[in-house]
Design a protein around this ligand. Structure first.
Ligand SMILES: [Zn+2]
Length: 241
């Protein structure tokens, strides 16, 4: 399979929950003290290493895209992820998060990199689950470092503190028209932190999305109206079997 970002030979699958998030959130784990992986069909599959293929997308990218091209994007999310988890009480109180504290001196550029990190994950989901969304703007955004104009991010706390330590991705819920997804959303969940990633290709959805953010990510502590769109009738892609 070719790298969907640049077309070279694809050699690796991207971690769908970032390896650094797994390590810093769950601490060290091993064959003797594994994490437990769940899908729709199977529960409690022991996984002993953050490098396990279970954590990775089946969409392939090449070594260059995995390292040189997208490493700054990975690092930006790693930093914001750590900050949000350390300051979850601030997020729960709906206080503003001062992003210049997270990224002093390079706030705008770093937030663009966070945006591009989720553009990369979304691209992997689109390729892996054959979601009918044009992948080329995703690849161009990653290669040029320019935001994808239809992607929006919202960061917020889980409504309730989860009983168990949990990290994962929701399936992608999409509104399809004439065989093409015009709106799609999924969440990246890391304990108390939820990142809602939204693709909106049509203006009519912008009303819903306008309370969220984009294309540059910011912090949206309040639960936003996009959740109202999570209803029956939406097409669901990639629920793991
Ligand atoms: Zn590549």
């Amino acid at each position: 399979m070719d790298c969907w970002i640049c077309g070279a030979e694809g050699t690796t699958g991207e971690h769908l929950v970032k390896a650094s998030d797994l390590r810093s959130f769950f601490g060290k784990f091993s064959q003797k003290s594994p994490l437990y992986f769940h899908t729709k069909g199977k529960r409690n599959i022991p996984v002993g290493s953050p490098r396990s293929d279970r954590f990775k997308s089946k969409a392939k990218i090449c070594k260059t895209c995995n390292s040189a091209t997208t490493q700054p994007y990975d690092e930006a999310w790693e930093r914001l992820s750590a900050y949000l988890r350390e300051n979850i009480s601030q997020l729960r109180r709906n206080d503003r998060i001062d992003l210049s504290r997270v990224f002093p001196g390079a706030t705008r550029k770093s937030l663009l990199h966070v945006h591009l990190y989720f553009v990369k994950l979304f691209g992997c989901l689109i390729v892996e689950h054959c979601i009918p969304i044009d992948i080329s703007p995703f690849a161009i955004a990653l290669r040029t470092g320019i935001p994808h104009k239809n992607i929006y991010l919202a960061f917020g706390p889980q409504l309730e503190h989860p009983k168990r330590k949990f990290a994962g991705l929701t399936p992608v819920d999409a509104v399809d028209r004439d065989g093409v997804s015009v709106f799609a959303t999924w969440c990246y969940i890391l304990g108390d932190i939820v990142v809602d990633v939204i693709y909106s290709a049509e203006k009519q959805y912008m009303q819903v999305v306008s309370v969220v953010i984009g294309p540059m990510p910011q912090i949206a502590p309040k639960k936003h109206a996009a959740l109202r769109m999570w209803q029956s009738g939406m097409r669901c892609y990639g629920r793991p079997e």
